[in-house]
Design a protein around this ligand. Structure first.
Ligand SMILES: Cc1cc2nc3c(=O)[nH]c(=O)nc-3n(C[C@H](O)[C@H](O)[C@H](O)COP(=O)(O)OP(=O)(O)OC[C@H]3O[C@@H](n4cnc5c(N)ncnc54)[C@H](O)[C@@H]3O)c2cc1C
Length: 416
């Protein structure tokens, strides 16, 4: 069987690695639009549900070398008052670790494994898919190079579109869909070299988006200079109407929002200084797309952001593409035909990812902070227990974990 994977991002490369590991008799080709992979982006979290799959691919050791294993999720109000610390990864009793990692480092680990296990000639750079045609027997995809010149088309038995949030394949299937949906929230993201804070491995959320604006900080590389400094990833989420089309590499200016956070300085951490000292700042609108009812169209299906672009919150954008890749491979191995496998994959994955898209819009993990800020009228409190009980905080957290599929109980019980 010939499998054409369009897009060599996190989902496309993981799919190729799963297909290879499964022993399925197939030829895999990945067509990637960019002319080379660069260490683009900033931080991303690989939680135990994603690490379960990446560990099965034997990648945990390589990821541990380049990432940081966080010990806790820590939640604070915008006054810097402590709300909750929840252990994470192995520290929380999961069977799989959790890594906070530079997206470029994660992508490199996947690409190095691809080159070693499948071979560099199975991925072509500079091949941007612009459409496809299919008939009873095969699917054929059309491509252009970086200058828009036509390239030879590629024919395969199935085509898996892993071409991200601006998927050309999805555009052909849903021509009237338009641009990703913007709801008036922007993100500024950066990395800063700084000394460890809190445990040195804390995923730290400060303030709630809906009440005060939100900050997120976590280390993604340890001891980067022999002097104990870490690379700290940070994100500002803030309501602002300015809309620029989603581009993961767009440079931004944190001064647009810094004044709002100037007073958020605490005896345990100084967010404005961290943001001001960034190596670089990227800006990205908080966009997603409304869930669709169908990903699979005969020999073609969508995977990852092409299928279910979601707000990059709660460690799910990358993770869900990895779960898609594992599920699709499983169905290709056991189904009577590739077309049946693509349908079974959609049947398994569409509903859970739809739920996460919707949950990430309204009730991401930082709902914990918004709830406290709301009840305390954004004022300092004397005793947290007068505002909210630990049980209620844990219930909000558990609810998100269950929707996202990384609560410990269901992950332990998972058999496939
Ligand atoms: C450059 C870049 C930087 C990112 N940085 C971050 C980050 O810092 N933090 C974070 O949480 N998420 C980041 N993301 C998004 C994150 O990788 C995805 O949300 C998530 O991993 C889902 O993976 P995916 O494979 O579906 O999509 P992606 O990882 O976005 O991969 C899509 C791939 O398809 C390729 N492609 C696009 N169109 C075509 C086409 N027509 N033909 C062929 N190939 C095509 C792209 O070049 C890319 O390699 C970034 C994505 C990109 C592309």
């Amino acid at each position: 069987m010939d499998i054409l994977v369009v897009g060599g991002g996190i989902g496309g490369l993981t799919l190729a690695l799963h297909l290879k590991a499964s022993g399925l008799s197939c030829r895999i080709h990945v067509s990637e639009a960019v002319s080379e992979f660069k260490p683009l982006g900033v931080g991303i979290n690989m939680l135990p549900h994603a690490m379960r799959e990446l560990s099965q691919l034997g990648l945990a050791t390589a990821l541990r070398k380049v990432g940081v294993e966080p010990r806790e999720f820590a939640y604070f109000t915008h006054h810097g008052q402590f709300i909750l610390s929840e252990p994470c990864g192995l520290n929380a009793g999961y069977d799989w670790p959790h890594f906070s990692i530079h997206r470029g480092d994660l992508h490199k680990v996947l690409y190095d494994a691809f080159v070693e296990r499948i071979g560099p000639s199975s991925l072509t750079f500079g091949e941007r898919c612009i459409g496809f045609e299919q008939d009873g027997g095969s699917v054929s995809a059309q491509f252009v190079d970086g200058n828009g010149r036509s390239l030879p088309s590629r024919r395969a038995d199935i085509l898996i579109a892993c071409d991200g949030i601006h998927s050309a394949v999805r555009k052909q299937l849903y021509p009237l869909e338009g641009e990703p949906v913007f709801h008036g929230i922007n993100m500024w993201r950066g990395v800063t070299r700084a000394k460890p804070f809190l445990t040195g491995a804390s995923i730290t959320r400060i303030g709630g988006l809906f009440t005060t604006g939100k900050l997120l900080f976590y280390p993604i590389r340890n001891n980067i200079d022999g002097d104990g400094n870490q690379l700290i990833n940070w994100v500002v989420e803030f309501f602002s109407d300015k809309y620029e089309p989603a581009d993961w590499s767009r440079l931004g200016d944190v001064n647009e929002v810094l004044a709002h956070f100037e007073s958020w300085r605490f005896d345990w951490f100084d967010p404005p200084t961290i943001m001001r000292n960034a190596d670089f700042v990227l800006t990205y609108p908080m966009v997603d797309r409304d869930p669709i009812a169908q990903w699979t169209f005969d020999r073609v299906t969508l995977l990852g952001d092409a299928a279910h672009p979601m707000y990059p919150r709660g460690g799910n954008g990358g993770a869900q593409s990895i779960l898609d890749a594992a599920a699709l491979t499983r169905h290709l191995v056991k189904a009577a035909s590739p077309l049946e496998a693509l349908r079974a994959y959609e049947a398994e994955r569409l509903a859970p990812t739809r739920a996460i898209v919707l949950q990430n819009r309204t009730a991401p993990p930082d709902l914990i902070i918004d709830t406290v800020e709301q009840r305390a009228n954004k004022q300092k409190f004397d005793r947290l227990e007068d505002v909210i009980s630990r049980e209620e905080l844990m219930a909000i957290s558990q609810n998100y974990q269950q929707v996202a599929g990384w609560d410990r109980a269901s992950l332990k019980a998972k058999t496939v």
